[in-house]
Design a protein. Structure first.
Length: 396
């Protein structure tokens, strides 16, 4: 970890690049008052991989401040940082600058965390209140973090956190919450692993650090041409590549997938898409991921209806179909997103795609179909069913 120890930085600042002016103001105030901050891109060293830098910074910080705005609420990078901070046991302090309802994905991680409301009053004054609150949290922690602590809101009033008595009350509260979290930790781990497995607009996966280069190895492994003749290339290359990927050996996985494509393995296109989507051994690149995913599924853009032509020999896999939809969704190409979400819902009964189809119709302004798909998601037992019920009431 570059020789750093946990606690090298006091606070990790999570924000959307569209709100860099706010992040700059927070960091300036904090550091002028002795609170060491880490935030991108300032603290990423030349040549250092972005994902690795962020992961290391989170591991070496004592708390995370989320600058919550309309933009960060819809930022995948911010969501990944919150997920990693949550699982690393960092104290998360949301600094609320908008009245927009937080996304269901953020709500999952922050449902028991109270927010510091900074919508009203001058920004400078609210930053000062935030800083005073962070000082209390760092003081209560002592020299190092003590686990996942729920943060209490100051509701815009900094005076309640000045003085020894307030620090003692907060410390006692944090200890109580820590004990409660220990009881819940097994259930939380199970839920997180389920979300990571299923994917979805409200269940994006944490992206592990890039640890290998994207260079193709000269040889794939044990498969010589005479040994592989007559064997299923998917079994030879894709399955082995996926095993390597799960082991964290991304360079070998990349080589197996590339060799598999040369030998006619359709699934290896999907494997390549996974590497680029997750940033495993290659730079994270959704455009390349989409290109490989479409080839894996045998999809080519049509001229109208249907939006895509489909080769029947293509792969049919619920996770990668959902991921294609997600890429189009985040690029605001909602009609294309709907095509893949509804396809996956119809063919594979994928519950995440059912909810994602509803969200896509909603974004598109198609209220009638949005309600239909929200109700399908509710009936299927989607984890965001309660939010969907509220949304249906608003639309009807």
């Amino acid at each position: 970890m570059n020789g750093q120890v946990k606690g090298t930085h006091d606070v990790f600042i999570s924000y959307s690049t569209k709100n860099k002016n706010v992040a700059d103001a927070v960091v300036s105030d904090f550091e002028q008052n002795g609170i060491k901050c880490w935030y991108a891109p300032r603290d990423i060293l030349p040549g250092e991989e972005w994902v690795t830098a962020i992961t290391t910074a989170l591991e070496n910080s004592r708390a995370l401040v989320l600058i919550f705005t309309d933009e960060s609420n819809n930022s995948r990078q911010v969501m990944n940082e919150i997920a990693m901070a949550f699982n690393a046991g960092l104290t998360i302090v949301p600094f609320k600058l908008t009245n927009e309802q937080m996304s269901s994905e953020l709500e999952y991680y922050l449902t028991r965390v109270h927010w510091l409301d900074a919508v009203s009053k001058p920004l400078k004054k609210n930053i000062a209140i935030l800083r005073e609150y962070i000082e209390v949290i760092l003081s209560a922690q002592g020299p190092a973090p003590s686990g996942r602590e729920a943060v209490q809101s100051v509701n815009g009033r900094g005076s309640a956190y000045k003085g020894p008595r307030s620090k003692k009350v907060l410390k006692d509260h944090l200890i109580t919450v820590f004990v409660f979290v220990i009881i819940l930790i097994i259930g939380i781990i199970w839920i997180i692993s389920s979300i990571i497995r299923d994917g979805g607009v409200f269940a994006e996966e944490m992206r592990p650090p890039v640890t290998e280069t994207a260079e193709k190895a000269e040889t794939v492994g044990p498969f010589e041409d005479e040994q592989s003749e007559g064997k299923d290339p998917d079994s030879l290359y894709y399955n082995t590549g996926k095993d390597k990927e799960l082991e964290g050996d991304y360079a070998s996985a990349l080589s197996y997938y590339q060799e598999g494509i040369e030998h006619g393995s359709i699934c290896s296109y999907m494997g390549m898409g996974d590497l680029y989507y997750d940033g495993h051994g290659v730079p994270m690149d959704e455009e390349k991921a989409l290109e490989y995913y479409l080839m894996a599924g045998g999809f080519s853009e049509g001229n109208g209806d249907p939006l895509f032509n489909r080769d029947p020999v293509g792969v049919d896999d619920r996770q990668f179909l959902n991921r294609i939809g997600l890429i189009y969704f985040y690029n605001e190409e909602y009609e294309k997103a709907i095509y893949f979400f509804t396809l996956n819902a119809d063919e594979n009964k994928d519950i995440n795609s059912i909810g994602n189809a509803a969200l896509s119709y909603d974004k598109l302004g198609d209220t009638e179909n949005a309600v239909i798909w929200y109700e399908k998601a509710i009936e299927a037992g989607h984890r965001d069913a309660e939010n969907y019920k509220k949304r249906v009431s608003e639309l009807q």
